[in-house]
Structures are given as structure tokens and as C-alpha cells.
Write a protein that binds this ligand. Structure first.
Ligand code: ZN
Length: 412
């Protein structure tokens, strides 16, 4: 098994949490769990999952598992859907995170001669500062510009000859389109993009790659588990390598909670192996992926998960069919002449669901023909009849943050 873990380190992680984390002492107690009973992987798989709402209930510092003097920093998840989750870090946690981040950069071929323009936000959340720490650990030059101010971004990119852009996929697309529009391609020196923080499809990848002529790498992570940097794809782009010296990954059926075999799609559940200030045991990420059941052709030993297909909470049910954003992108990919941007509008009329897909078409394409092709492909791949509205390229909003693509008006 590629995903196998030395059981001793898993057992040590469970015992550490059970003995040191106020959160897990209470949590395991509520579920009647005695860490001493966990003597096999099968017993480990019976431990209760921790979920974001459990972590929220520990607000502000209930997750802390070390004395105050060992905490050097906190980060916080956005809290847009409730109380934020605060994650404390020890000096060693911060250092481990930077080591993992530097490893990500190495997998992307970045060296200490590179100049990295870091556009994710700095602050309470984990993005900017994580990208920066990894960059410094590797010895590359950080340009800590943060998000926004496209004029300044382009100016820095030209004047400092940045070789790497770190961004969300939406912001990378926005910058790529500006570079194209202003004809700056010959003035910049980018060679690769490290793209994180939201799921993105093949078409968006192609558009950014074509506009900037760079290689893109998908970085993965979440605030509750250090932040971005816990995995990345390599030059073979066959999946995302993850650091099994720091984590144990499981894929579960999001409904039944049952552990699925390697190769099957489901929800990613993470256990931290060395995190001191806020260890997590069987944390539900709500990200949909699978463990790829073979080794990457690059020859590296770190196992692979597939690209994130969506969130269990982004799953929409229309006309009785479960739909993930990743499937919609597959449909768009199958029709020539579309851009990567889309919106989904779901309404309810006369007792029936209706789904309208708005897509951007490339210049000079026949919108009537494309609409028909999209409808046909959607019916073939997902199995339901939809309406499709083609709009001009650039008509849908671009954003520096995560793009909102699904508008469900059924229950309002
Ligand atoms: Zn590889």
C-alpha cells in the first residue's frame, strides 16, 4: 500500500493528542475512546472524525496542546460561515510548515535563484506568510506584494523580472489576461506559477498557461492543517504529491464515513503526525479526491492524491442527480471554443428544478451551435437536461478572491 504509514507514528500521534490536547481529552472522553485501545489500523479507523464545527466550538484557544510559552503564532480561518477556527503554532510547527513549503517549491523546480511574486494575502489567514516562509527557507527571493493593485503587480513583474507567480487561480487568470491585453508578454520573465486556495479546472489552467507561457503547479493545503503547502504536483502533473512523513491521509465515503479503498473518490480525512500546538486526528476536510493507487512516474516516493474535484458542501443536487463542480469543468473541456469561466444558476419553477449554465465563448464562435453542444455534452456526461447561455469572453466577473460560480435560488 502506497499510503501505508508506520503504525507506530500514527499511534504516537493519537496518544499525543489524547494526553496533551484539551480538545481531544474532552472529545475522546465524550465518545468513550481510550487511546490505549488503538493498537491496529482497524481500531484507528473506528476513531471519531473531527469536523470544522468541533474546532469552532473550541474557539478561541481550545485546540492548544502545549503551554503558552511554546506558542509563537496563531492563524485563523476566515469565519465567513460562523465563528473562526484559531490554530496555534509552536516554533517547530512553523518550521515544519516552511520545510514542507520549500519542498513544494523544489518539486516545482524552483531554486534559490528564483524571484517569487507572492500575491496571496498576508494576515490572519495562512496564505501569504506560508508562501513567504517557504521561499525564504529555500533561499529564493520573496517579493511580498500581497493581493490586488494589478498596476503595481505588473510593474514589479517587469522591473524585478519575477520568475514565479504565487496566486489563486482566479487572480492568476486576471493577471494573465492583463498581460495579454497590454501586450507585456515579451517584457516579463515568468517561468512558473504556484496556484493554490481554490479548485480550478483544466480550461482555466490552459488559459493561464497560454497567456503567460508558464508551467503551473497545484499547491494544496488548509488552515486547520498548517495551511497551503502540504502537497503539490510535480513536473509530471499526474496528481498531487503529499507529505506522508507529516500526515496520514484517508479517503472516506462522505455519507457513511466508511474508509474507501485506494483509487476510489471520496472525502479526504487528515491526521497530523507531528503537529505539536494543535494536533488533529481524523479531520474531515470536505475536499473530494482519491488516493492514486500507483507511484508517480517521476520516481519520487511521496504518494499522490488526485486533483481536488470539489467540496462535499459544493455538491449540488439537481433533478435528483449529484453534481460536483469538477464534472461541470469536464463538460466545458469537452466542447471546443469555450473559456474557463462559467456560472450556474439553479431555479425552481412549476415544481421542477431548472439549471442554466452561463459560459464564456471565445471570439468568433457561433453561440447557438456552442450552446447546443454544451447541452448535449451535459446530458451525456451528467445525465440531465439543462439550458445553456453563451456570453462573450470577459462578460463574467473576474476576482482576486475565490470566484462564486453557483447561484442556487431554489430555497430563497
Ligand atoms: Zn511526481
Amino acid at each position: 500500500m502506497l499510503n501505508s504509514v508506520d503504525f507506530t507514528s500514527l499511534k504516537r500521534a493519537v496518544e499525543y493528542a489524547a494526553n496533551n490536547s484539551k480538545f481531544y481529552i474532552k472529545f475522546f472522553n465524550e465518545y468513550g475512546v481510550d487511546a490505549k485501545d488503538v493498537t491496529s489500523i482497524e481500531q484507528f479507523q473506528k476513531l471519531p472524525f473531527s469536523d470544522k464545527h468541533d474546532l469552532r466550538n473550541a474557539y478561541p484557544l481550545g485546540l492548544q496542546a502545549v503551554p503558552d510559552e511554546e506558542i509563537v503564532r496563531i492563524h485563523s480561518s476566515s469565519g465567513t460561515t460562523g465563528k473562526p477556527v484559531i490554530i496555534p503554532y509552536t516554533k517547530e510547527d512553523v518550521d515544519n510548515w516552511a520545510t514542507m513549503f520549500a519542498r513544494c517549491y523544489e518539486f516545482a523546480g524552483i531554486t534559490n535563484l528564483d524571484r517569487m511574486q507572492i500575491t496571496p494575502g498576508y494576515g490572519l489567514w495562512t496564505a501569504g506568510i506560508g508562501f513567504q516562509a517557504g521561499c525564504e527557507k529555500l533561499g529564493a527571493m520573496a517579493i511580498p506584494i500581497g493581493p490586488g493593485n494589478t498596476e503595481k503587480q505588473l510593474q514589479m513583474m517587469i522591473d524585478l523580472q519575477s520568475t514565479v507567480i504565487c496566486a489563486t487561480s482566479s487572480y492568476a487568470l486576471l493577471l494573465a489576461e492583463e498581460v495579454e491585453k497590454r501586450g507585456l508578454k515579451d517584457k516579463i520573465n515568468l517561468k512558473c506559477g504556484i496556484i493554490g486556495s481554490e479548485r480550478w479546472g483544466e480550461l482555466m489552467r490552459q488559459r493561464i498557461t497560454e497567456a503567460l507561457q508558464i508551467e503551473l503547479f497545484d499547491i494544496y493545503g488548509l488552515t486547520e492543517v498548517y495551511g497551503p503547502g502540504i502537497g503539490i504536483d510535480c513536473e509530471k502533473h499526474e496528481g498531487i504529491h503529499y507529505w506522508n512523513d507529516y500526515f496520514y491521509f484517508e479517503i472516506i465515503d462522505p455519507k457513511s464515513g466508511e474508509v474507501l479503498p485506494e483509487g476510489e473518490f471520496g472525502e479526504l480525512v487528515i491526521t497530523t503526525l507531528n503537529k505539536a500546538a494543535a494536533p488533529l486526528i481524523r479531520y474531515r476536510t470536505h475536499d473530494l479526491t482519491r488516493i492514486i493507487p500507483h507511484k508517480c512516474s517521476c520516481g519520487r516516493d511521496y504518494p499522490l492524491i488526485d486533483r481536488i474535484m470539489g467540496r462535499t458542501d459544493d455538491m449540488i443536487k439537481v433533478k435528483g442527480v449529484n453534481i460536483y463542480p469538477g464534472q461541470i469543468e469536464n463538460v466545458l473541456c469537452s466542447v471546443n471554443g469555450l473559456s474557463s469561466e462559467y456560472q450556474i444558476i439553479i431555479e425552481h419553477f412549476d415544481g421542477k428544478d431548472s439549471l442554466t449554465l452561463k459560459v464564456e465563448t471565445n471570439e468568433g464562435m457561433d453561440k447557438t451551435v456552442l450552446s447546443r453542444n454544451v447541452q448535449q455534452s451535459f446530458k451525456n456526461k451528467i445525465g440531465i437536461k439543462i439550458s445553456c447561455k453563451c456570453v462573450d469572453i470577459g462578460a463574467l466577473p473576474r476576482t482576486e478572491k475565490k470566484a462564486k460560480r453557483i447561484f442556487d435560488y431554489r430555497y430563497n
